[in-house]
Design a protein around this ligand. Structure first.
Ligand code: 5GP
Length: 146
């Protein structure tokens, strides 16, 4: 899907918000939801989404929803830092399939980074599905720092 298109109410993140498929939750408030990526590119790879906006990408996003999502990105990134002590934190957000976007509900990636690790952002299809029990244990560590 390019930058143009219509929002699909059955996209994976919409289904997570509807409780139809599980997610390893880190944080939730009235307007945003944060959870661990199921195919983490680094340890602690997390995502933040809006609970109400139907923006597929940044260009469609309401300023209010964007501000809410970024406030949660800061909150969760701070908790991740306290929990697992990365040397850096990469924030990534992809718009349109040619840019690597695979799920068309706007989401912001939080990628903890360590000295000496590879720094690139892997395109889709590169990830290995993480063990859900391990993700849950990590989410517990992060939640304890919120
Ligand atoms: P994008 O490439 O669209 O920016 O990122 C989509 C992200 O969603 C990828 O990092 C991918 O690993 C992640 N993802 C795909 N399906 C699921 C899922 O069912 N649950 C979770 N937690 N993450 C998912």
């Amino acid at each position: 899907m390019s930058l143009d298109g219509t929002y699909d109410d059955a996209n994976i993140f919409a289904l997570i918000l509807q409780g139809k498929i599980p997610a390893t939750k880190i944080y939730e408030d009235e307007s945003t939801f944060s959870f661990l990526d199921i195919m983490p590119q680094t340890r602690g790879h997390a995502l933040v989404i809006s609970k109400w906006s139907k923006a597929r990408n940044l260009l469609e996003m309401e300023d209010e929803a964007l501000a809410q999502v970024m406030a949660t990105v800061k909150k969760v990134a701070t908790a991740i830092r306290k929990a697992i002590h990365p040397d850096g934190i990469q924030i990534a957000q992809l718009n349109g399939a040619p840019a690597g976007q695979t799920i068309f509900h706007l989401h912001v990636h939080i990628l903890p980074r360590w000295e000496g690790d590879a720094k690139g952002f892997a395109g889709h299809g590169h990830g290995v599905q993480a063990d859900r029990a391990q993700l849950e244990a990590l989410a517990n560590e992060i939640r304890a720092q919120l």
